[in-house]
Design a protein around this ligand. Structure first.
Ligand code: NAD
Length: 314
């Protein structure tokens, strides 16, 4: 593939999220949206028509026809859908969580290696402009507080709230703290489904940093915030509003210390668009994407550790 050639892309699974991948891919420069696959034929037809592209009856037909595919089917089918494509040399951005199990995640990583294909995982918050701006100000977080509270969804109920929602923050924190997890203390409650609908987790890292995360899919209001406390500063991100606040400790020569700071301007942009731009550029330039298969596996492994040791309250 020449560096200038248009990347031929397709989307498999155009439900709640996949339709946004299709919309964005159809407008990215240097990309041709070559087809839509969905096991719901009506939905495939509607989305294909909206973006002047074709319905492809099944994923296998994409092999040899496209360079890059987004897999946005429910998690249970990620490995089965993405594996054969990767093995055949088609690059894949697979939605989070990358698979149902570490064994399946390993299969995807191995398939990408065998097919010399790019494998990226859709941990969208990494591409949130407020997170990117916060990252530049994070030197040594000692305590991290996360609230990701959502209303009850009519989808993603094949997985629990740790794999559905908290995994976003586990991935962000792992990419920032840079130290192994030393201890996990977790509690979860199944409320409206047989799976965990609300969970709280305290992570202690070997470097001493503590992260306290709450994720819920049964709340009345939506909140998505992550706050970092460092020895000399406090960094607060509202993921949903894409807002960043930074407060610094000021130590005068005499008298009590004070604080100064406030909102920091952030250039707002759709995180999903930035994620797709990164994926397409990685495919074109044959470089690793910003969130690799190994990163997706690492977040999945931590989500598994969190749920394995969890106290379940019924
Ligand atoms: P959804 O149920 O709304 O959509 C899934 C679509 O896939 C449906 O249209 C369905 O017909 C189709 N489908 C199912 N199995 C298929 C198969 N084998 N082949 C082809 N099509 C198939 O689900 P959703 O909420 O869009 O979630 C999809 C994935 O995206 C999940 O892995 C979810 O965790 C992830 N997700 C990520 C984010 C994020 O912020 N990155 C947000 C929401 C969902």
């Amino acid at each position: 593939m020449s560096e200038r050639a248009s990347i031929r892309a397709a989307v498999i699974g155009v439900g709640h999220l996949g339709r946004h991948h299709a919309r964005l891919l159809s407008t990215l420069p240097g990309v041709t949206l070559s087809g839509i696959v969905d096991q719901n034929p009506e939905r495939a037809k509607d989305i294909a028509a909206a973006h002047a592209t074709s319905v492809i009856p099944e994923a296998g037909s994409l092999i040899g026809q496209v360079d890059a595919v987004v897999v946005a089917t429910p998690t249970a089918s990620h490995a089965q859908v993405a594996g054969p494509l990767l093995r055949a040399g088609v690059s894949v951005l697979v939605e989070k969580p990358m698979a149902r199990s570490l064994a399946e995640a390993d299969e995807l990583i191995e398939a990408a290696r065998a097919g010399h294909a790019t494998l990226a995982v859709g941990h969208t918050e990494r591409f949130n402009p407020a997170v990117a701006a916060a990252r530049e100000r994070l030197t040594a977080p000692r305590f991290i507080e996360v609230h990701r509270l959502g209303t009850f969804p009519d989808r993603s109920l094949d997985i629990d709230v740790v794999f559905d929602l908290m995994i976003h923050d586990l991935d962000v924190i792992l990419s920032i703290v840079g130290s192994p997890v030393a201890a996990i203390d977790a509690v979860g409650v199944p409320v409206l489904t047989p799976k965990i609908d609300i969970a709280n987790v305290r992570l202690r890292f070997e470097n001493g940093c503590i992260a306290n995360l709450t994720a819920s899919r049964i709340s009345r209001d939506r909140t998505r915030k992550i706050r970092f406390f460092q020895p000399d500063s406090y960094v607060s991100v509202d993921y949903a509003a894409q807002e960043l606040e930074v407060w610094r400790l000021v130590r005068p020569v005499a008298g009590l210390p004070g604080i100064e700071g406030g909102l920091v301007p952030v250039q707002q942009e759709e995180p999903l668009k930035r994620e797709l731009e990164d994926f397409i550029d990685a495919v074109r330039m044959r470089r690793p994407p910003s969130v690799t298969g190994e990163d997706g596996r690492r977040a999945l492994a931590l989500a598994e550790d969190v749920t394995r040791g969890m106290t379940t309250v019924r």
